[in-house]
Design a protein around this ligand. Structure first.
Ligand SMILES: NC(=O)c1ccc[n+]([C@@H]2O[C@H](COP(=O)([O-])OP(=O)(O)OC[C@H]3O[C@@H](n4cnc5c(N)ncnc54)[C@H](OP(=O)(O)O)[C@@H]3O)[C@@H](O)[C@H]2O)c1
Length: 342
């Protein structure tokens, strides 16, 4: 029997505004062996997501909040190190709701709920399984394809363009024959989006009014807006939409740390005028179709029509400050916390 120690990061208190060290508690405990049907996973890398900020809040959402004292919720990839389940064996690389900890012990009845599945590293690298082939990629795929329903020749605008969801959305829209315009913060991100991802243009929202960029790069208006940020940018895009436009409400990161009321869209009457629609989405609703999307996206990664970028930070103990990079725009690509090497 191997003696292992688990370092964990737990939610200590609910934040107001941007999380601080006071919101987190670092704990250590021994790791138990799996009981019958269970699996023990060693964490290799964790997905750091803007949604984590929402999970820290009290109140009703699409998923219950993380409880005070609980290990912080996180998706991740890991290696099976002990198994009492015939479907998994030591050495298997898996993806699951692991939590911000070095080891995750799954009892038999938790395996399905935690989404514990083997992943195939021939389809994509470990970090791509947290990006294009993981939750953000699924979000971009189903948000664009199911809600956006892109048609060749249409103009697609995506905010958070250099981030995890944004990079899948823009590249996929381009593959589907659309004109793609990104919105991102800073010249480096905008240059990457155009030069490496093949977007037609990218508007640096920190450099000047988004409205001017939309006028210049979307002279025929906007047919699909994939919104990752909400706030003023959503309001501005609403003034440029076409008749029957589709707006995918994926996220509103500009509002996640608001201490007052969330800023809603002032220009929503544009939906009426343009007979347009705005629809929210939650990626987990598409779980039964992930396999199809993964196969398609892995094909694009393999044949070079798609690429990906991950921003990898080392060390479980760096979770608190690394999470906040998302809200400061300091991540360049999908933010990943590497916890151990395979
Ligand atoms: N609905 C779902 O099921 C679902 C699933 C996954 C993700 N999401 C949402 O999708 C969005 C993107 O998530 P992601 O994982 O791909 O994150 P990400 O784009 O990789 O990282 C967040 C980025 O947001 C931008 N940002 C931060 N504060 C901003 C502000 N005040 N105004 C404008 N942009 C700001 C920053 O990029 P810049 O440097 O370009 O500003 C930052 O790098 C988030 O809103 C997230 O909650 C939704």
């Amino acid at each position: 029997m191997t003696h292992r120690t688990n370092h964990q990061i737990r939610l200590a208190a609910r934040p107001s505004g941007l999380p601080t060290d006071a919101n987190w508690q670092h704990t250590t405990e021994p790791v138990a062996e799996p009981s019958e049907g269970g699996v023990l996973v060693k964490t290799l890398a964790l997905s750091l997501d803007p949604a984590m900020r929402g999970w820290m809040n009290e109140g009703k959402s699409y998923i219950p909040p993380v409880g005070i004292g609980e290990v912080m919720r996180a998706g991740g990839v890991g290696e099976v190190v002990a198994s009492a389940n015939p479907k998994f064996e030591p050495g298997d690389i898996v993806s699951a709701g692991i939590g911000v900890q070095e080891y995750a012990l799954f009892a038999a009845d938790q395996i399905k709920r935690a989404g514990l599945v083997k992943i195939d590293l021939r389809m994509g690298s470990l970090t791509q399984w947290l990006n294009v082939l993981g939750m953000p990629g699924m979000t971009g795929y189903f948000g664009l394809m199911d809600i956006g329903q892109p048609k060749a020749g249409e103009t697609v605008v995506v905010s958070g363009a250099a981030g995890a969801v944004g990079q899948t959305v823009g590249q996929l829209a381009r593959i589907k024959g659309c004109k793609v315009v990104g919105i991102a913060g800073g010249p480096a991100k905008c240059e990457w989006v155009v030069k490496e991802l093949g977007f037609d243009a990218c508007i640096d929202y920190k450099a000047g009014p988004v409205k001017d960029g939309l006028k210049e790069h979307c002279p025929d208006g906007v047919d699909i807006y994939f919104d990752n940020v909400g706030g003023d940018i959503l309001d501005t895009v609403l003034t440029r939409i076409n008749r029957k436009a589709r707006i995918i409400i994926c996220g509103a990161i500009s509002q996640y740390n608001a201490t007052g009321a969330v800023q809603g869209p002032k220009n929503y009457l544009s939906l009426l005028v343009n007979r347009a629609r705005m629809e929210g989405m939650v990626v987990f609703d598409y779980a039964d179709r992930y396999g199809l999307a993964i196969a398609e996206l892995a094909g694009y990664l393999k044949d070079g029509r798609m690429t990906s970028r991950e921003d990898v930070v080392q060390g479980l103990q760096n979770f608190p400050e690394t999470l906040n990079k998302l809200f400061r725009g300091e991540n360049f690509g999908k933010l990943v916390l590497q916890v151990a090497k395979a």
